[in-house]
Design a protein around this ligand. Structure first.
Ligand code: HEM
Length: 71
């Protein structure tokens, strides 16, 4: 289950230099998540301890082992 409250995040920056590609990036994310959920509705972490993260300002998982069941 994916869940997140609406919030005014700064992922695409703010002000006059706010990301020009934000609408494209958000559409690509919507499409890829919809396709993933249609094909692989059941999935979860194989082991939370196995997830590793990048450091620095741009944060994201480096390894994300999943257990999946195909539809
Ligand atoms: C998840 C994907 C993306 C993220 C997280 C992201 C994030 C950002 C952020 C934080 C900035 C502001 C940088 C600053 O304040 O100096 C920025 C600027 C910018 N982004 Fe993105 N971006 C993404 C995708 C894209 C895409 C797909 C494009 C183009 C097709 C794009 C084009 C630009 C451009 C041209 C700027 C400079 C805007 C300016 O300086 O006025 N970005 N992006």
């Amino acid at each position: 289950m994916l869940g997140r409250e609406r919030n005014r995040h700064l992922a695409f920056g703010v002000g006059i230099h706010r990301c020009l590609g934000a609408p494209l990036a958000q559409m690509e994310l919507r499409v890829s998540l919809a396709e993933w959920l249609a094909r692989i509705p059941e999935f979860g972490l194989a082991g939370p301890a196995a997830v590793t993260w990048t450091g620095g300002n741009t944060r994201g998982p480096v390894t994300l082992p999943l257990r999946i069941r195909r539809a």
